[in-house]
Design a binder for this molecule. Sequence first.
Ligand code: NAD
Ligand code: UPG
Length: 339
Amino acid sequence: MKILVTGGAGFIGSHTVVELDKAGFEPVIVDNLYNSNPGVLEGIKKITGKDFPFYEIDCNDSEKIRALFEKEKFDGIIHFAAYKAVGESVEKPLNYYENNLISLLVLLRAAQEFKVPNFVFSSSCTVYGQPDAIPVTENTPRKPANSPYGNTKAIGEDIIRDYVYAKSGVRAISLRYFNPIGAHESSLIGELPNGVPSNLVPFITQTAAGLRQSLTVFGSDYDTADGTCIRDFIHVVDLAKAHVKALELLGEQTESDYYDVFNVGTGEGYTVLDLINTFEKVNGVKLNYTIGPRRAGDVEKIYAQSDKVNNVMKWHAEKTMADALKDAWNWQLKITAQQ
Ligand SMILES: NC(=O)c1ccc[n+]([C@@H]2O[C@H](COP(=O)([O-])OP(=O)(O)OC[C@H]3O[C@@H](n4cnc5c(N)ncnc54)[C@H](O)[C@@H]3O)[C@@H](O)[C@H]2O)c1
Ligand SMILES: O=c1ccn([C@@H]2O[C@H](COP(=O)(O)OP(=O)(O)O[C@H]3O[C@H](CO)[C@@H](O)[C@H](O)[C@H]3O)[C@@H](O)[C@H]2O)c(=O)[nH]1
């Protein structure tokens, strides 16, 4: 089974490529390297011993995508390619709507035209906005998104649902990720965004490594035990494995108009300060941080209820937040030593 992995050089995509290979799928990577670099492909090659096809293509480029679909006969698509920074999306909404939605439309059109039957979409728990009650199940009503980024994911899900039900011949699953962190245990791939990280954990590891002066904790006046936001932090390798399960589930469907959504989280919520304390403890390092104002677009608290993904996909989180923070730090030490 040949699987197109858009954004396959990115953080979650690269770990998913490794898990797809382990499970016997043949990944083909497409990435425009906006938030990644060719070194990721080397890391994947070292882990798997394989050199998967890589195309440096922008997913918004419908002509190049069509040409790719003509050349490679895909059995499935996992669509990771998108911009993902909540705060930045508040400042640059059009960039987010353009990149995240046009690329989706281009891929869905190509899937239909070239009869690719399976589609997995990177959605997010941000589609719940700030829910009235936590943990959230898939039946928790989606609230208006807190950020343009979150809105691109909500709109993306709706587009896919309408497309599947219009008998496009494509079955689809939207995976609502909670907060992936960590790195591959080999330290050969991990989280290395271009420029200043907007996500918490790469900012922490880069600060602890001395590459950045200090972490700012965005807000300590939220209605939580220590005043900082609550998230469900999931090891990126566990999340990667959920994509394999999603493809397997799609393959078992007999109806051509199957569409479903799944939360992918651990089922446990931790505050930002919990995470910082765990990072310091498990790695024996001190982190320089200060408390700053809230960041626009942030949801106060959210974590998953994971029964559906546990029962239907037979997927369970296997690793802890402490495991992820050790792996993230080992990865940071390795890349810092190389620089
Ligand atoms: N990391 C998270 O916390 C998180 C949580 C929920 C959902 N998601 C979603 O998961 C997906 C992957 O996230 P990630 O953390 O791996 O991000 P990432 O930035 O590391 O990976 C995305 C990759 O897509 C590429 N890309 C972006 N736009 C592209 C385009 N138009 N054409 C081709 N390539 C393009 C980037 O270069 C990057 O390598 C995204 O859709 C993101 O919104 C991420
Ligand atoms: O320098 C920083 C960075 C983050 N945070 C806080 O840490 C928490 C997590 O932030 P971040 O790592 O940026 O994740 P989210 O804003 O929760 O968004 C991520 O997780 C979402 C799912 O929860 C995805 O949809 C997004 O793409 C992804 O960026 C939030 O409370 C932030 O305010 C800080 O305090 N300081």
